[in-house]
Design a protein around this ligand. Structure first.
Ligand code: NAD
Length: 225
């Protein structure tokens, strides 16, 4: 039987590309998203090629929602072998223009989402002594990014969290890794103010954005063995 990969943010962008890449490697996909239309579309597109994939509605900013969806996935598709925490969000603007509500949203969607996702799947993975977790960070979390200051802080947090959790989980034969994309052509990227977009592209040595598939190849590389 095919192994199950739970991918959050699977409705579009990088999450969708990761879902498709893992699907092409033989995984059954639990496509998780808060957006019913796009999430269902991803599952439908995969099912057109090979049946068995399913959309699950989830809000990654709520631990309970993730815990419920893990139960639903294991009950209907089978044991979750892989979790990819993809959801993230940002609007590029100067730090001093940020509101407290904006900070809350950025911290919840980028950092707490990864913490909650791991907390939700780990009890079962630890029991089975088997599992693979990928958290999607960002280059902003490694080198900083103008106008994405708090976002960069959360992504730096995702990287440090992933490294520390990997140390804790090694004894259970569970791997935890972070993949850190640079600017990537997704609906999120396309929603940013255009002057910042052009500056970002100019700063990339290849003078082009990454495609979501570029990130998906890197993420799926962790599942080879
Ligand atoms: N696009 C880039 O340039 C870029 C660069 C570096 C890192 N990243 C990171 O890659 C990840 C994916 O980014 P993207 O550009 O594909 O984003 P995107 O906005 O295009 O897609 C995000 C998906 O997450 C879903 N989502 C939003 N809130 C949710 C919630 N509360 N619960 C469940 N699902 C929710 C959305 O419906 C959407 O399908 C993020 O973590 C982002 O920070 C992106």
């Amino acid at each position: 039987m095919s192994q199950v990969a739970m991918v959050t943010g699977a409705g579009q962008g990088i999450g969708k590309a990761i879902a498709k890449e893992l699907f092409s490697k033989g995984y059954t996909i639990a496509a998780c998203d808060i957006n019913l239309d796009t999430g269902e579309k991803t599952a439908k597109e995969l099912n057109a090629e090979r049946e068995g994939n399913k959309f699950f509605e989830v809000d990654v900013t709520r631990l309970e929602s993730l815990q419920n969806v893990v139960e639903e996935i294991e009950g209907s598709l089978g044991e979750i072998k892989v979790l990819v925490n993809t959801v993230g969000w940002d609007i590029i603007e100067p730090f001093m223009n940020n509101t407290v509500d904006y900070w809350e949203k950025v911290i919840n969607l980028n950092f707490k989402s990864a913490v909650y996702g791991c907390k939700a799947v780990l009890p079962k993975m630890m029991e089975r002594k088997d599992g693979r977790i990928i958290n999607i960070g960002s280059d902003a979390g490694r080198v900083g990014s103008l106008g994405e200051t708090v976002y960069a802080g959360t992504k730096g947090g995702v990287i440090a969290f992933s490294k520390s959790l990997a140390r804790e989980m090694a004894r259970y034969k569970i791997s935890v890794n972070a993949v850190c994309p640079g600017p990537t052509d997704t609906p999120l990227f396309r929603s940013q103010p255009s002057n910042n977009k052009d500056a970002l592209i100019r700063a990339i040595p290849l003078r082009r954005l990454a495609e979501p598939e570029d990130i998906a190849y890197a993420a799926a590389g962790f599942f080879c063995r």
